[in-house]
Design a protein around this ligand. Structure first.
Ligand code: PAF
Length: 282
């Protein structure tokens, strides 16, 4: 496995693989890797002969009051983990490689509508930052496929939309959420939780899963379920951003007959903003 920082080094390696007709899968990350990321690397291996993992903490997707400065940078540990995970190359670009005209003059890619609610509403500009950096990574790596985690459900829908709309020749693959034994979705931000908050955190998945069972059992009073779930989380110690039942395909409000729903939620617990979701197929 090799670690490259520049576009030149990256191009040299990619050219060599392409000359040998090898497919390339990209796993974009911001580092601080956990088992959830490593499962995306394994999934990438199933789709391509070569796997590139990018590590770049992207400033344009963080709001001013968010945790860009504190976001854990753990390159040495990430490299050790990736060595045994099946990755072939780690791409660690600097800011000039990702934004050659500087942040002020950078081109922004903006997906309308599907970015307006949920994390888009609570984190203005966040998805513009995500699509802009992912499009840049696609342009640099030119992968055949790219892998994103289901935990960031809205993100992977937004990226699918961008790729289809711009005709980008990358197939977007979504990898399942990896959970701790008590159900908490793995996330780099879990490490912001205190011991007491960590004990409370699995309630988010508990509530989402029990809503999943109720939907399977035929309940369809979506708004009432959402209000009840928010109350449970608030009473449990969360500050809820949103708790919603939507069409899995596009996050629109579902009717009673919709057969693929997503239950998605985001809630603040101390310093950590936790997000999670499940898909319910009826
Ligand atoms: O999901 C993430 O870690 C980031 O949003 C991504 C896709 C790597 C873009 O910076």
């Amino acid at each position: 496995m090799i670690v490259v920082h520049s576009k030149k080094e990256l191009d040299e390696q990619l050219d060599d693989w392409r000359q040998h007709d090898e497919h390339i899968a990209l796993v974009p990350t911001m580092g601080n890797l956990h088992a959830g990321h490593l499962s995306l690397v394994s999934l990438a291996r199933e789709h391509a002969e070569r796997v590139v993992v990018s590590i770049f903490v992207n400033p344009t997707q963080f709001g001013e009051a968010e945790d860009f400065d504190q976001y854990p940078r753990t390159l040495e540990r990430d490299t050790r983990r990736l060595k045994t995970s099946g990755a072939d190359l780690i791409f660690v670009p600097d800011i000039e490689t990702m934004y050659p005209f500087g942040l002020k003059d950078a081109t922004t890619i903006s997906v309308p509508r599907i970015t307006e609610n949920f994390c888009g509403a609570n984190r203005p500009g966040h998805f513009d930052g995500v699509t802009s950096v992912v499009a840049r990574l696609f342009a640099l790596v030119q992968p055949d496929s790219a892998i994103f985690g289901q935990k960031d459900y809205q993100q992977q829908l937004v990226i699918r939309h961008m790729s289809l709309d711009l005709g980008l020749p990358v197939s977007i693959i979504t990898g399942e959420t990896v959970r701790e034994d008590d159900g908490l979705a793995m996330s780099s931000r879990n490490q912001y939780l205190s011991e007491e908050e960590r004990a409370i955190a699995p309630l988010l998945y508990d509530v989402i899963s029990s809503v999943g069972s109720e939907l399977q059992n035929g309940r369809r009073d979506f708004e009432k379920i959402e209000v009840e779930s928010m109350t449970k989380l608030t009473e449990g110690g969360f500050e809820v951003d949103y708790f919603s039942i939507r069409r899995a395909q596009n996050l629109e409000i579902p009717d009673r007959d919709c057969d693929e729903l997503v239950v998605l939620a985001a809630a603040q617990l101390g310093k950590a903003r936790l997000i999670d979701n499940i898909i319910v197929t009826i």
